[in-house]
Design a protein around this ligand. Structure first.
Ligand code: NAD
Length: 299
């Protein structure tokens, strides 16, 4: 556990799965007096209030942050510019601001553009935890337990602001990692953004088949497991894809080359070649599960 000072007023802008779970975890840790939720959907804000995810709600980001000592931006990355522009004139100098955006180079560039006075206290971050569910109803107090939280600190950040953000996420149960924004976006293009695009594309392709109903009727756990993330928020994934477009285009190209290799193996009925590829992939996945994630056993 950490010994961080209590926050008097935490403002969560975007009270969905990610922002709501942050609020719930800090409330449980006893680290916040009041959580104010800001959103664009009144129905979702009402749900957040009803479920006790937030203590009060507000539709105007500027008036909400006026007396905030901590602000979390947890909106889709395509909404960050508007939110930053709205809070910039009202943000108290002492407030620490962080975000939970899934991409970091774009968020950092937006902070430089819209919050230039606040860079010492704007600490970009990304919790590596989530689900395909959205909204305040999806918030979970334990979402971040034992999950990575990547901080992509700015050279302008004060040590105090970084410590503040680290301590809060530690109190949520997260493990803190540090990366540069470019390193972050390259890694997550490969292991998060590409798999989401593949899942969306696969389901979309099958749904367009003339016998789609029949296909779905017989789809079982393999299909469910490999397409779970196609149930994610389309808006969020559009924004992430556009924000990390260059890295993602590179990943898609490499994946297409791999599919072409597989297509050739199949066209040539090259069973040995396929066996070699599948064995390499299975071994790499088992290594990831047992050695890297440290789960102790392969599936
Ligand atoms: P979500 O859809 O559950 O929540 C987002 C909330 O933001 C919604 O309630 C929406 O109404 C609100 N919102 C949208 N535009 C707004 C605006 N302009 N002003 C105020 N509120 C606004 O999404 P989420 O999964 O909580 O994702 C939030 C952020 O966290 C995104 O930037 C996403 O990239 C990032 N993230 C998501 C995951 C995940 O797996 N879901 C994981 C890590 C990070």
């Amino acid at each position: 556990m950490t010994t961080t000072n209590k926050i008097n007023k935490l403002v969560v802008i975007g009270v969905g799965l990610i922002g709501g779970s942050f609020a719930l975890a800090l409330k449980r840790a006893g680290l916040v007096n009041t959580v104010t939720g800001v959103g664009r959907s009144p129905a979702n804000l009402d749900t957040a209030l009803r479920l006790g995810v937030v203590d009060e709600i507000c539709v105007d980001p500027a008036s909400a942050v006026v007396d905030a000592d901590m602000v979390l931006l947890a909106v889709p990355v395509g909404q960050m510019a508007g939110v930053m522009a709205a809070i910039a004139p009202a943000l108290p100098e002492y407030a620490v601001v962080s975000d939970a955006g899934s991409t970091k180079q774009d968020v950092v560039a937006l902070a430089r553009q819209f919050l230039p006075q606040h860079l010492p206290r704007f600490v970009p971050a990304h919790p590596i935890a989530g689900a395909e569910k959205s909204g305040a109803e999806a918030a979970l107090v334990d979402l971040y337990y034992n999950k990575n939280l990547v901080i992509t600190a700015l050279s302008e950040n004060t040590a105090d602001a970084i410590k503040r953000v680290r301590d809060l996420w530690l109190a949520c149960g997260a493990r803190i990692r540090e990366m540069t924004p470019a390193e972050h976006d390259g890694v997550f293009a490969a292991v998060s953004h590409l798999p989401h695009l593949l899942a969306f594309a696969l389901v979309d392709e099958i749904a367009a088949k003339p016998n789609a109903e029949q296909c779905f009727r017989f789809a079982a756990s393999g299909f469910r497991d490999s397409t779970r993330i196609a149930s994610s928020s389309p808006e969020m994934w559009r924004d992430i894809s556009l924000a990390n477009r260059n890295a993602l285009l590179e990943e898609l190209q490499q994946y297409q080359q791999q599919l072409t290799r597989l297509q050739m193996l199949l066209a040539n009925a090259d069973g040995e070649g396929m066996l070699a590829m599948f064995t390499r992939a299975r071994d790499a996945r088992n290594h990831w599960l047992t050695e890297i994630l440290g789960s102790g056993k392969a599936e």
